[in-house]
Design a binder for this molecule. Structure first.
Ligand SMILES: [Zn+2]
Length: 178
């Protein structure tokens, strides 16, 4: 994946536009708990970087293909994240220089130093903020649908299916009515 890098001297007079593409591998690394791993999620769009006093103002437009896994029924579904985001880049004050990592409590303000800024992580941070940590496919999701022929004490969470197969446990319930 190509990093999104802006050179500050390029945005002196005119706003600079940059295309970005966040691939599924990058998203998986940050969101493996909530993504539907059977589908390829990605985000792309354009950011506009404008010079402001002491830094730059970044506005982004988002086109997302995000597939999440429902926490209740475990099925995958497409999740639309808002189409716009923005944040402010501010040059870190001189007295911060010795600190290895700058942390801002306000995510809408990002500190930077030097003339070249890698915006990739900051863009991903903003996209991730819009993704629920407990995704549910719809408000009236009723959860996992069990086969009514199987008594409730035999109901198993499908997430354990793989382990059952490895352990050689036969999960099928034979029909004795015939
Ligand atoms: Zn669901």
């Amino acid at each position: 994946m190509r990093p999104v890098i802006v050179q500050l001297r390029e945005i002196r007079e005119q706003a600079k536009k940059l295309d970005y593409f966040i691939d599924s591998e990058f998203l998986e690394a940050r969101l493996s708990d909530v993504l539907d791993s059977t589908k390829q999620s990605s985000c792309s769009g354009t950011i506009k970087v404008e010079k402001i006093q002491g830094g730059a103002y970044v506005t982004g437009q988002v086109k997302s293909e995000i597939f999440l896994k429902c926490n209740k029924c475990l099925s995958g579904f497409n999740y639309n994240i808002p189409e716009h985001f923005s944040f402010v880049l501010l040059r870190s004050p001189d007295h911060f220089k010795d600190e290895t990592e700058l942390k801002s409590g306000d995510l809408d303000v990002v500190y930077f130093s030097g003339e070249q800024i890698d915006l990739t992580d900051h863009i991903v941070d903003h996209l991730i903020l819009e993704i629920p940590m407990n995704p549910v496919c719809s408000e009236d999701c009723t959860g996992i649908q069990y086969d009514s022929k199987i008594p409730p004490e035999f109901h198993t969470d499908p997430r354990w299916e793989g382990l059952r197969k490895i352990a050689g446990i036969d999960n099928s319930v034979t029909d004795n009515n015939s």
